[in-house]
Design a protein around this ligand. Sequence first.
Ligand code: SF4
Length: 405
Amino acid sequence: MVIKSSNKIEIPITELEQSAFCQDGSNYRTRTLEEEFKSGVRWQKIPTRYLKLSPEEIQDSIAEIKNSLKNRIVVLGHHYQREDVIKYSDIQGDSFLLSKLASEMQNSEIIIFCGVHFMAETAEILSNDNQKVILPNMAAGCSMADMASFTQVKESWVQLTSQLQSKSVKKPIIPITYMNSTASIKAHCGKNDGIVCTSSNAYKAFDWAFKKGEKILFLPDQHLGRNTAYDYGIKEEEISIWDPYVPNGGLSDLQLSNSKVILWKGHCSVHTRFTVQQIESAKIKFPDVNILVHPECTNEVVSMADFVGSTEYIKNTIDNAPAKSKWAIGTEINLVKRLANTNKDKNIFCLDDMICPCSTMYRVHPAYLLWVLEGLVAGYVINQIKVEEEVKDYAKIALQRMLDL
Ligand code: SF4
C-alpha cells in the first residue's frame, strides 16, 4: 500500500512506519499486543482475547500446542525476529535458506513462517501441493518489497524495452530481482528471461545476466545492485537509477545508452540507517574493531567495512570469530543482540546506538503465533499464503535459474 502526497511522490506506508519501534535501548522488551498496538502502525485484526496476554502467559500454550502438532508443522524463524518469537522456531535462517529448507520438508503439512510476506510467498512457491504456508501476521510486509509494485515494474519494463528497441540495442536487457520482492515481480523476471538473486549470489546472477544481455535492470534494492555492480567492475558512469515515479525513469537517452546497470529506486529502511559517521565513532572507541555490514547498506558504508555479506554470512563470521575480537555490525538489531548473547567471549555491538528493529518483522508478536496455532488445533488454517498458479509457475522459473547458478 502506498500513500500519495500533494507533490505526487508515493511512499509505501511500511516505509513511513519503519521507525515505529525505535527506542534508546533502556527498555527493549515484548509487551502485550494491546500495548504494542499503541505504536500506531497497521496490525492485522486479531480476536480481543489475545490482546492482553503477556509473553509469559503465551509461552506454555505455544509450547504445548507445538508439541501436540509436532508431526504436522514446522515453525521457521527469520534471524531478524525478536527473541520472544525465534525461541519457538524449529529452524532459523535467512529468507533464502528458510525457503529452501521449507521446500525440502516434504513431511511437514503446515509451514509457519515467522518472517515477512515475501518470504512466506517464496516458501509457498517452493513447497509442494500438499503443504500449506502460514504467515502469523498478514501486516508483516517489507518496505523494500513495497517499493516495487507489479504495476510499476510492468509499466517501467514497457518504457525501458521500447526505448532500447528504438535505439537498436542488439542484446536484450535482463531483469534481476532480489529475493526481497513480491512473487509477481519474481514471475515478471521468470517470464522475461530474468532471474532471482540473494545477497550471497548477486555477483553470480550478474555474471549469468551479462552472458545473455547487454544491460541489467536490478530490482528493487538499489544498494545491493550498486554494491554488486562495483564488485563486478562496472564504472559509476555505467550505473543509473530508475525512478518509477517519473517518465522514462528520469533517464535521458544518453544516460540510458551508457548504462550497463539500471537500478530500481528502492532500499531497505533498516540497512540504510547505517552511516560512515557511525563507523568512524566505532573506530575511535575501539581502534581494533572489525566492521561487518550487510550489502543492503549504502556503498559509502560498504566501502568502509572490513567484511560485507548476507545475514547467514554475518552470523557465521561472528560464530567463527576468535575470542576477545571486537565487532561493530550493520544489520537488524534482533540478530545483532542474539549474536552478542551467544558469543559472550567477543565484543559484539550494533553500529547504530538506537534500538531500531525492522518494524514489519516486529509485527510477528508471539500472540499472533499462538492465534494461528490455536486455529490449527481447532481445525482451520488462519493466514494461509496462496500464490496464483501462473505467478507461481513463472516465479519458479526465475528461482530455479538462481538455484542452478
Ligand atoms: S530488514 Fe529491510 S529488507 Fe528485510 S524485511 Fe525489513 S525492510 Fe525488508
